[in-house]
Design a protein around this ligand. Sequence first.
Ligand code: PEP
Length: 255
Amino acid sequence: MPMRTPFVGGNWKMNASLASAAALTERLIGSLADLDIQAAVFPPFPYLLRIRGMLAQADSPIALGAQDAYFQRDGAFTGEVSVAMLADCGVTHVLTGHSERRHVIGESDELVGKKTQAVLDAGLTCVLCIGETLGQREAGETDAVNERQARAALAAVTPDHFERLIIAYEPVWAIGTGRTATPGDAQAAHASIRALVADMFDQPIADATRIIYGGSVNAENAAELFAQPDIDGGLIGGASLDADNFTVICRAAAR
Ligand code: PEP
């Protein structure tokens, strides 16, 4: 079975000022200089260039990510940002389908699919987020929702895209709530998603695909979650705004 390099992403959401984002980056450059996992930060759009400059100057291994992208290359799409523009700013990773985009902004499975395809077609790494709401979990629909979202997002994805695809399983009820999935429940969902990838593509692709967990991961619960065989790291929201916590979480993912 291939080694999957653990991945931990810090999703800063719509938080931080330019000054505090730079201070956080400075701390992370120092604390994450020697990691044997892949770490990335996903700052708000206006801060990308500044943080890119800091990471590049320090020759930091931390990757630069964006929280969203539009699927069109250019044109009359006021307020949107294309994948090409992000690549121009040094972005290598892009989130698609984050639950706040799906459930707060109202993005459909179809739109998430177009964005996912655009990110992969442009040669960037896509972190595709999927996950069920509390009502769906209580109705026993977790696997069905994950399958529907994954199939819609990956409908046009080819096997050679897969090395640049990371799937983030993020149960909506666990995001920003302080309520995390038990390691056993998270592992079960990850194993089902891996089986789904095997069904859609093949077992070697499924074995090589990183599937990360997101939803109230913190410095205390990260190690137990990341110890599960199908959990290859995490997407971290609130705890990624604190350099010490994010560093502990990244170290917990190192195998
Ligand atoms: C997220 O934003 O993807 C996330 C998982 O947030 P939090 O860690 O705050 O639950």
